[in-house]
Write a protein that binds this ligand. Sequence first.
Ligand code: CO
Length: 214
Amino acid sequence: MNPIYKKLFEGNKKWSDDMKKRDPLFFEKNSKEQKPPVLWIGCSDSRVPANEVTGTLPGEIFVHRNIANMVIHTDLSMLSVLDYSVNVLGVTDVIVCGHYGCGGVNAALSSQPMGLVENWLRNIKDVYRLHQRELDFIKDIEKRAERLVELNVLEQVFNLTKTSIIQSAWNKGKKLSVHGLIYDLKTGLLTDLNATTEDRNELPRFYQVDAGMN
Ligand code: CO
């Protein structure tokens, strides 16, 4: 057995003991229900864990992570998480969090064959195509990748607001904000991209879904 596997249990025991020292009733309270106010859609990257980087505890953030924090309308897992968090948990804020130095975004900028994951990365290439004029203009490769990270988050925020799940929540009068954030691996800090969307009227009319069917 790999030593790391054993270490996980040691770490877990210590963490559980520390949590109980801080709040003896923490696990008992937490085990009864969850009512997180936030849904976090982030990258699978091991360096961007939602709770740690936001200083929150178990129970405070509902999380969905995939390579490059994508919101793809045929992704049943993402849609299920979104539907459950909005319609059952009643989250008030949905966050898409990207990060500079994203391996998925870097891979999408490359033409190297990568096998299966190419099918996923193609969605990031589509974001590039939408913003090709701006991105081609940035000659520094690292800066271009950073800008693609930002534009990708903006497009995923947009992809969220296009969904019938978000729009029907707005149509029902729910207060629901969708935000785009960037995490900087070098500083540990989050930046808001000023992409917060709170009303379907912020979308082009042809993307708006009227109240009625859902
Ligand atoms: Co990443």
